[in-house]
Ligand binder design. Structure first.
Ligand code: AMP
Ligand code: MG
Length: 413
């Protein structure tokens, strides 16, 4: 166990984390489970898209030569010899001098070479008056104009959002080879903790960290299991962690990493695997535990207990690790440069992550600090939309000066 008093830089701790985690091995997943994941195969279209010539409009499939003369003043009248809806089609043929009523998406009948939209006609059923001639191929969607047969439509490395999932389905794929979401197990430690919704007694507080960190893991793209509260009892903590190892790609604990008498996470984890506790040169979030435990060398993060420290530590270390496991890039939050609305201060030698509200004024980003900097002040954290990052060698950012900001999007998975 290393408790060295020296502070280690944020970058060094992050490097140690990232040297341990690797992208998860690819897995065949059902289409919807693959949503949000990174593709690890090229997806080829076995057939063209559209698969057949079809109508882009509700209207009439015609031989263009038959309606060339049509004008509003002198409409062409054609008999309507059939009706084609979208769906299973029996092959129809449009003979010269007649037309067929057709719906959007319905298969073009043989012989027809354009569609007259309903709006250019009187909408007739037995015969139709056509007031305008289409250009060749007008309102016809050609087979293969979206995707050619054999074309690679999605490349390995693509992040699968809604449109990509739709395209994979459109080319017939119900399963995709992707990097799966890492499974994250979240445990809060502390004998003072009570589950939200349960009665409090004097000296007890509600567990905010396991809900917050579980939500953060979900937002990072992971599958998250909230185990909840484990009291400050070394045997119970050790047993819980051991139980959870079977389903965890990553373990995250909060609390019990300082130098207090009941800091059980430190006590228990320091005995296991490669876990080490460091004082990281950051504010908030100085005490950090990290290493691997168990037969599969599962990464475990021992985050500090104060809720803001826990969440900022998650941002700084856990999120980049989870994004790495997902194979996602970038692994970091978007960064922008913003003008400080007020003077910002930061302890010498530490990287500060300050809760700010980001806005745009006169074309530039402005970062306004939320009130209160204590690491127990969760309400301020909930108002923040970004974290201003004040580097180790800067103690003061004057109002009006630039500061780098990590943008916290509150997005669902
Ligand atoms: P610790 O690191 O365990 O000493 O905790 C530091 C501070 O954070 C103490 O005030 C704890 O009561 C508080 N704390 C620890 N865990 C949680 C939690 N899950 N939810 C809310 N506050 C917590
Ligand atoms: Mg504690």
């Amino acid at each position: 166990m290393s408790t060295g008093a020296a502070l280690i830089p944020v970058e060094e701790h992050l490097s140690r984390v990232l040297s341990v985690v690797t992208p998860l091995a690819p897995l065949q997943l059902g289409l919807m489970d693959a949503h949000g994941c990174v593709l690890t195969e090229d997806v080829e279209a076995p057939a063209p898209l559209p698969g057949f010539d079809n109508s882009a409009q509700d209207g009439y499939a015609v031989r263009r030569d038959d309606v060339l003369a049509a004008t509003a003043d002198a409409p062409v009248v054609l008999p309507v010899t059939g009706d084609i809806a979208a769906g299973p089609a029996s092959p129809l043929r449009v003979q010269p001098g007649v037309c067929v009523r057709i719906m959007t998406g319905a298969m073009m009948p043989a012989g027809a070479d354009a569609v007259v939209p309903l709006e250019w006609t009187d909408g007739g059923v037995a015969s139709v008056r056509i007031a305008r001639a289409p250009t060749p191929g007008q309102h016809v969607r050609r087979a293969g104009e979206d995707v050619a047969a054999g074309e690679v439509v999605l490349r390995a490395g693509t992040h699968l959002g809604a449109a990509q999932i739709g395209l994979a389905a459109a080319v017939g794929r119900s399963r995709l080879l992707v990097r799966p979401r890492p499974r994250v197990v979240v445990v809060s430690t502390g004998s003072e903790l009570v589950e939200a919704g349960h009665p409090l007694s004097p000296g007890r507080i509600v567990d905010a960290n396991s809900p917050a960190l579980t939500a953060a893991a979900l937002e990072a793209g992971a599958i998250a299991y909230r185990v909840g509260i484990v009291p400050d009892d070394p045997r119970q903590l050790a047993a819980t962690l051991e139980d959870q190892l079977v389903r965890a790609d990553v373990l995250v604990t909060s609390g019990g990493v300082s130098v207090g008498a009941y800091d059980v996470v430190k006590e228990v984890l320091s005995r296991l695997g490669t876990v080490r506790f460091d004082r990281v040169a950051m504010s908030p979030g100085m005490p950090q535990g990290f290493g691997t435990i168990g037969p599969d060398a599962t990464p475990v993060f021992g985050l500090p207990g104060n809720p803001v420290s826990a969440l900022v530590s998650f941002e700084a270390f856990v999120r980049p690790a989870l994004r790495t496991m997902l194979g996602a890039s970038p692994i970091e939050r978007p960064r922008v440069r913003a003008v400080a609305r007020e003077r910002l201060t930061s302890p010498a030698g530490k990287r500060s992550f300050l809760r700010v509200v980001l806005s745009v004024e006169a074309g530039s980003y402005v970062a306004a600090p939320v009130s209160g900097s204590g690491s127990h002040l969760l309400a301020g954290m909930s108002r923040a939309t970004a974290l201003a990052v004040v580097p180790e060698d800067v103690e003061v950012v004057q109002a009006g000066e630039q500061v780098e900001v990590l943008v916290l999007e509150r997005r669902s998975r």
